[in-house]
Design a protein around this ligand. Sequence first.
Ligand code: TPP
Ligand code: DXP
Ligand code: MG
Length: 654
Amino acid sequence: MTNFKPGLLLKDINTPADLRKLTEEQLPQVSDEVRQYIIDVVSEIGNSHFGASLGVVELTVALHYVFDTPNDQLVWDVGHQAYGHKILTGRRDNFPTNRTKGGISGFPKRSESEYDTFGVGHSSTSISGALGMAVANRYKGLPDRQHIAVIGDGAMTAGLAFEGMNHAGFEKDANLLVILNDNCMSIDPNVGALRDYLTDITTSHTYNKVKDEVWTMLEKVSKFGPDARSVVSKVSSALKGSLLKQSNMFESLNFRYFGPVDGHDVIGLSKVLNDLKDIPGPKILHCLTKKGKGFKYSEEGNPTQWHAPGVFNKETGEIVKIVPSSPQPPKYQEVFGHTIVELAERNDKIMGITPAMPSGSSLNIMMKAMPDRSFDVGIAEQHAVTFSAGLATQGLVPFCNIYSSFMQRAYDQVIHDVALQNLNVVFCLDRAGFAGADGATHHGAYDIAYMRSIPNMIVAAPMNEAELRNMMFTAQQEDMGPFSIRYPRGKGVMTEWKTVMKPIKVGTGRKVTTGEDIAILSIGHPGNFAQEAIKELEGMGASVAHYDMRFVKPLDENLLHEIFSKFDKVITIEDGCLMGGMGSAILEFMVDQGYTSKVKRLGIPDEYIHHGTQQELYADVGFDVNGIIKTVVEMMPELENSMSNEEKLKYAVG
Ligand SMILES: Cc1ncc(C[n+]2csc(CCOP(=O)(O)OP(=O)(O)O)c2C)c(N)n1
Ligand SMILES: CC(=O)[C@@H](O)[C@H](O)COP(=O)(O)O
Ligand SMILES: [Mg+2]
């Protein structure tokens, strides 16, 4: 890896205390150097977020310059924009390890640094988290400690952000500053009425009048120095009931609203932040920024593409695409995107819903083809589910596509609004299993366990593209009730994936390989790892049967009777948590039915698995090809005799 060189000022900034030694006039240079460093590193290592961090460089520098971090608590929302923060807070030299196994996390993480005040990855937590800190410090008698939540316009669309604001507006003396980083973008363009509102207050005549009032107030604050707090109270009570309060949504929630300000003017920002430090109670600073700021190609190009571009040429802006020498299978998400359109063309009841992930989920294919039947509802998983429930009550068949880990947010809605009413909502749980570089916050580890415990819910997972299509076909049939289909991030296994779709009988598995010695029961994509392992094991003299269970609920009990009657050794494989997962379901069946086979379950253990490539993580937890072979050999120790030393070493056997 190239030895990345930070700029002249940045090379001496090891902590924000070093930054604070600089003059205000030096801040633009520091900002440029931070930005350049991000570009240098990310363009070369790839595997990182990009546009969001570039957009908040000046804000990041100003925040650490003005506030006494880590004593003052700075909370980033989502955290994909916190690279500048990491670089300024002791992780400059480690930054090239970003999101690689053993390297630094792509998100703030409390265990990584005292400057990372709150672990993030999922959006819209910052206001509630920072308010909790503010109330705690008020209680502890530390009224001067500052608490700053930096939240994007996309993250602001979530219910949780509003729940936090609703509470914060009521905690009138809590020391909370919300910085709304408004770049008009989520990953895809931001959506909804709030986006329109933010644009309105930025451009409207009313807003400008209000802004003048506020800045006059701030000027007075500066003049009054230490007595500022009382002056502000007076000025703001005078403003109460004025145009300011009536015309501004945030003011109506008892926040003092400031801005919009230019989020790329680092000196201006540091002056404003300094002023705001002296203003008590909940306040919001509306900053206008550009996602991808300062890198020509991301500024002028498609911001969605530059959200996380991979490796790119920083001179030409060309994003490096590895062209494979042979045809490759598509990603599961692409199969979902094309298949939903195909199904919707035949079934006019089908609708598509995504909470803010049109590109990631590939629902954007349907949004383009059928804009009146597909919805990006913003970062609003709970709403996405209940909205789908509403559609289903009217006889429609919504396909609600949510990343497995983000669906954790909407658990009550799945139970209360969908399953309890037995509504025909199809949940497509994308990024099930290991997400890879995003790490613990994003792995889809729990959905098998959390879905299978819900009455009425059908829980399915395809082993390949054809099965995904068949499951989608099955799920859209009349009166299916709630139906969840999970699949992982990335490629499947079939280059010829445009198969003729056919229904699958719900609750039936299939035998993939016949064998005599031991049975492997898999769910979903890891069945392909089992297939590879079985081929190698055959060479060692093992006769391994393989069943793709397809459904965790209902379980194929006939198939299980057949398996447990025949095999006294069984291995289960799932890319989900072991606790409560498919292996657990099979053990429950086995015990209930009085079978006594020896069962070894492979899956995600009861601990948080951090970032790495998917392949590294499969290997770490032991259900990659080698891990499966090792497990079979452990259950059939006689195989060791026919293994070469090389094989023993490879599979860590003996
Ligand atoms: C609960 C949840 N849903 C979806 C996401 C995926 N996601 C990550 S960043 C992002 C866009 C956030 O937009 P914004 O807050 O405006 O930040 P920006 O990228 O514009 O800086 C989304 C949808 C997430 N991290 N958490
Ligand atoms: C920060 C965040 O939550 C998203 O940007 C996420 O990293 C996207 O993941 P995918 O790349 O799997 O769509
Ligand atoms: Mg945004």
